[in-house]
Design a protein around this ligand. Sequence first.
Ligand code: 13P
Length: 227
Amino acid sequence: MKAFKFHHRSYSNLTMTRSEIARQLIAVCRTLYEKGFVSANDGNVSARLPNGNILTTPTSLNKGRVTENDLVEVTITGSPVGSGSIPSSELGMHLFIYQHRADVNAVVHAHPTYATAFATARIPLDQPLYPEVIFDLGTIPLADFATPSTREVADSIAPFVQSSTAILLTNHGVVAFGKNLDDAYFKMEKVEHAAHITFVARMLGGEKNLTAEQVGKLNAAFSKLRP
Ligand code: 13P
């Protein structure tokens, strides 16, 4: 596994140049592929640009090989800006999230093994189990099955888009979103880690939920650390 290559500074997309955002988007793509969160040409990543447009991966390209020239800029309603590659077939899902969440500046869609297995077994990750997941992500719901690349995908996540930042897509994968590319990617990583731990816990006799009181104390303690 190669070293993690992100700029670890916190940023708002609005204070970064298009080129900086493009480079970070490519770093996320490569990490997704290196970690096995996507296979072959699967997955897609996008980010909101300072001009309000969206920069997205093209369709059907291996995420380990994406270059800056491959990225496609579209308006918030999906109209192409200039010429270039065909945007991701899941652009509709990405745009739906940006249109409904002004606080979201990046969206990551992938098919990591354990989380996608939960999505395929149709088991949401919505129980209070892991302090970091509870505080940083909340519950991870399961959206109804939707035919990939169609409008159905946006419709399927509609019930959760305001209340969640990571959603399991039935028999498909995961979508995670956040205030910047690091944030969206780290949410994807946390979902997969939580799914993996839950799977192992089931082999050890089954996971045990935290109580409401324990969750309350946790949120109070973490709120002080990460206001
Ligand atoms: P694109 O290559 O069109 O982005 O689609 C990949 C994918 O994972 C669809 O769900």
